[in-house]
Design a protein around this ligand. Structure first.
Ligand code: APR
Ligand code: PHB
Length: 431
């Protein structure tokens, strides 16, 4: 399936005086004027759309290499910093946050997990990551906490982030004079740049600005969703628990010694109104049940239903526009890969941009798509595998159920299979 093109336009040219022209036939027709605000920066090397994990990590890496950038973010700082998302950091992500000097709070508050529990029909096994992967682990630390640390660091370093600035057009990326048109405080502005980084998430403008004949799109919508809660409840397990149960999937995660994060599989057309707090706790208790397990409950302070989707495109570049993170791919959350993939894309993109400014060579930029997609496909496969392994798809005793059970038995019996899961879960080092 291909998307209609609705966003920017490389036929548009913005002149220094603010006049906007469009190519028509052999000539150019003036189609408008854009106001320049003298208080705002009008030119930068890399214009970044979006202050999510992708955009902020890119800004910090570029700044460290003395490359100038500006982040344009549609939402307010408060909104960005309080949006509840997943919270599983791969070893690679933690290492990069350390390297960027934004890991002080992560060091204190992040919870390092050296294994994970997998449960099937109330039988539980543990996968010891450190033993199977040469000491690699995951860290639990909420995505919004990562963002707070990164925003703070950007501000301290003088990296310009414009909040409540919505990019409405991406122009000229097929030429060497790219620009972003954005709206802030009901005024339209323009930012000229050498490169545009589309770090604007699944619903952003960057992907819709690609000509629709330069990429293939892959999409899978799953026939179930997750109802997720945050609760003031002491975690009932020291490590995460993924559970297949005849009643459906459940996941026990946590945020701190006093906050639990839990999820259950629900139907796609289910609604929050159908789920009282008591009903949620009761369902979690049934689905997470194993011998000796007791579920701690408490006040629920966040509740949401999220659909499950695999999505990606296979070209992340159009001229001087590069896509990264959710703008280019979505994975179902069962492998905890979303944020980690965004950061992994950015490592390639930042490296390629730094290489360009240092050596005036585009070879690494041209290799960006192929390099980033290797990890994206691996994460797509692993997230899809975990999703099908743990979600109820068909009746107990069905063919699908028996395949799931057989896989689970195999993980229990085979160190090789358990190692495959462990190394994908903590994140492959070099891919
Ligand atoms: N102009 C400016 N900003 C925009 C625009 C626009 N036209 N469209 C979207 N944005 C902003 C959004 O408001 C959002 O803050 O881009 C940001 C994209 O951030 P994320 O959605 O967090 O995407 P990304 O940085 O790729 O991070 C991926 O976040 O969605 C989770 O689970 C996902 O963990 C994964 C990670
Ligand atoms: C979370 O803690 O929010 C979390 C953990 C693991 C997942 C998904 C979400 O697979």
């Amino acid at each position: 399936m291909r998307r209609a093109r609705t966003g920017g336009d490389d036929r548009k040219i913005l002149r220094q005086d603010g006049n906007l022209f469009q190519r028509s036939g052999e000539g150019h027709e003036k189609i408008g004027t854009i106001k320049f605000n003298a208080n705002l920066k009008q030119k930068t090397q890399v214009g970044i759309i979006g202050a999510g994990p992708a955009g902020l990590t890119l800004a910090l890496l570029l700044h460290r290499a003395t490359i100038d950038c500006v982040i344009l973010e549609y939402r307010s700082r408060e909104y960005v910093e309080s949006r509840v998302r997943a919270g599983l950091l791969e070893q690679n992500t933690v290492d990069l946050l350390h390297e960027l000097g934004v890991a002080n709070r992560l060091n204190k508050e992040g919870l390092r997990h050296r294994g994970v529990y997998l449960s099937f029909d109330e039988q539980r096994i543990r996968i010891p990551f450190d033993e199977l992967t040469g000491g690699r682990c995951i860290t639990i630390y909420g995505q919004q906490e990562v963002l707070k640390d990164q925003v703070q660091a950007c501000i301290e370093k003088g990296i310009e982030i414009l909040f409540e600035a919505e990019v409405t057009e991406i122009n000229g990326v097929a030429t060497n004079s790219s620009s972003l048109v954005y709206r802030q405080n009901d005024e339209q502005h323009v930012l000229s740049c050498d490169f545009v980084a589309g770090c604007d998430g699944f619903h952003g403008i960057a992907r819709t600005s690609l000509p629709n004949n330069i990429y293939n799109e892959f999409r899978k919508d799953y026939p179930f969703s997750w109802l997720g809660i945050l609760a003031h409840a002491k975690p009932s397990s020291d490590e995460l628990v993924y559970a297949y149960h005849q009643r459906g999937f459940a996941l026990h995660s946590l945020r701190s010694e006093t906050v639990s994060r839990l999820y259950i599989q629900v139907d796609n057309d289910d609604r929050l109104e159908n789920w009282s707090d008591d009903k949620i706790w009761n369902e979690l208790s049934l689905r997470l049940q194993t011998e000796g397990f007791h579920l701690n409950t408490g006040a629920i302070f966040e509740k949401a239903i999220t659909p499950m989707r695999s999505f990606m495109i296979d070209n992340l570049q159009y001229g001087r526009l590069f896509l990264a993170g959710d703008a280019a791919h979505i994975v179902p959350p069962t492998g905890g890969k979303g944020l980690n993939l965004a950061v992994a894309d950015i490592k390639w993109l930042a490296g390629a941009l730094i290489h360009f400014y240092k050596h005036n060579k585009e070879d690494q930029l041209q290799g960006y798509t192929a390099n980033a997609l290797r990890r994206v496909w691996r994460a797509q496969d692993f997230s899809n595998f975990m999703t099908y392994l743990f979600h109820k798809q068909a009746a107990h005793g069905s063919f699908e159920y028996n395949l799931q059970k057989s896989k689970f038995d195999y993980i229990r019996l085979s160190k090789a299979y358990a190692t495959t899961i462990a190394e994908n879960y903590v994140g492959l080092k070099d891919i």
